[in-house]
Design a protein. Sequence first.
Length: 345
Amino acid sequence: MNEVTHGGIQPAELAALGIDPIDVLDLSANLHPHGPHPHVLLAAREADIRHYPEADAHTLRDEIAARSRLEPSQVLVTPGATAALHLATRALLAAGESCALWPPTFGEYASAVDAVGAHAVEYRSEAPTFEVRTDIEAAPLGILCNPNNPTGAYLDRAAVERIASRLGTLVLDVAYDVFVDGAWDADDLVRAGAPVLVVHSMTKLHAAPGVRIGYVAGPAPLIAKLARLQPAWSVGATALAAGHAMLAVEEPQRYAAREVSSVRRLLADRLRESGVQVTEGRANFLLVHVVNAPAFRLALLRRDFMVRDCTSFGLPEWVRIAVPVEVAALRLLRAFPAALQESRA
């Protein structure tokens, strides 16, 4: 299986550099800039770990289904969105079959395809626009991130339906659509009976990636195939407690996230004014051209900001920067020129 590089603070790296983790603002993971709601933290802390959790997470499943106007048979709760992706390839791809991918994109897609002995057919988008191709060859499966990570490219429903029409099943990863102004409801495809599995992360909006919780929505027969592959008790008591709390505070979290678009535009505009090339997209992050991504990441880390080196995406000249709160964005803009100069020295 291909090794996948991910974002996030690495304590060993900071220790080697003599940097205290508490001083670093992590913009390498695309999370809600305000952090988790106190209600979610309290629920996770007070979860009852003395007993087995529900074997199939049916209480949380039923609550998600009701909120999403879906049947419980159309929802499967998983220990994170990545687990759902791997379940989908195991259930729907045979060794030697093909799966459409749209790189640069999340590395777990290729890993999940490789793990079952299938092969990826890639429709790579190119800088600086990173336009997503919809003219694809027929395939049994495709995995599409919308909005895409790391480019932020966002397709409307008609474009996604064009892609889906060429596939046996489309796995649609919507981990970041909660941050898109005017996003269309991807679960409408499920309600319409389309052969689409919509993968939801619950931890991006709630800034709680340490709790592995997500879900996938889709036609009942496809959901049943995935459910048969997921062991009992896959979602633990702490994750279930946090998941219920996340649903309870979803509206205030979404309300607080409204500023993401304006701060993203602020960052993009200021960086462009300074001569830096930026791909803005529609998500809660920017893709920024810095020439030498590993060197720039290190230079900015020394200034207490961690960003995502996009070399693993095949973009060694670019970094991805999660959108912080405005005051932190202004600090980042002040640190940016010196870090850029140092990385090019």
